[in-house]
Design a binder for this molecule. Structure first.
Ligand code: AMP
Length: 117
């Protein structure tokens, strides 16, 4: 796992690396995945650097709810609520997490099959 200074998502949040932004507020950023696995593949992340959903759960700031609320907003922006979607986060080596800044994948726009990602 990379350190904070090497975090590609922190660099995107800082505007040092471009992204295809879908949504932003003061705590959350969402942008399209550079290697989409579905017609809609958006990454939703807290701007505050943390590695995993376990770190998010440990916070008592309401950020967990903010992430879910942002995800629901984006689902509606992308008009996925009727057809369905998948919202998931990979945590650690066994899940194949490749970027150590917590992010949720929002996938949709086609029939999603296993494996999950
Ligand atoms: P994970 O394997 O769950 O850690 O997911 C990391 C995701 O980040 C992958 O789906 C990558 O395609 C995506 N990704 C990596 N770098 C970028 C980038 N610069 N812009 C957009 N998506 C990226």
């Amino acid at each position: 796992m990379n350190g904070l200074e090497d975090c590609v998502f922190c660099k995107i949040i800082a505007g040092e690396i471009p992204c295809d932004k879908v949504y932003e507020n003061d705590r959350i950023l969402a942008f399209r995945d550079i290697q989409p696995q579905a017609p809609v593949h958006i990454l939703i992340l807290p701007k505050r650097h943390m590695e995993s959903v376990l770190d998010l759960a440990d916070l008592k700031t309401g950020l967990s709810a903010n992430v879910i609320e942002a995800a629901a907003h984006i689902v509606r922006l992308e008009r996925l609520e009727a057809s369905g979607f998948r919202l998931l986060t990979n945590c650690g080596a066994d899940a194949g997490q490749t970027v150590s800044h917590l992010h949720f994948h929002l996938l949709g726009g086609k029939q999603l099959t296993a494996p999950l990602a």
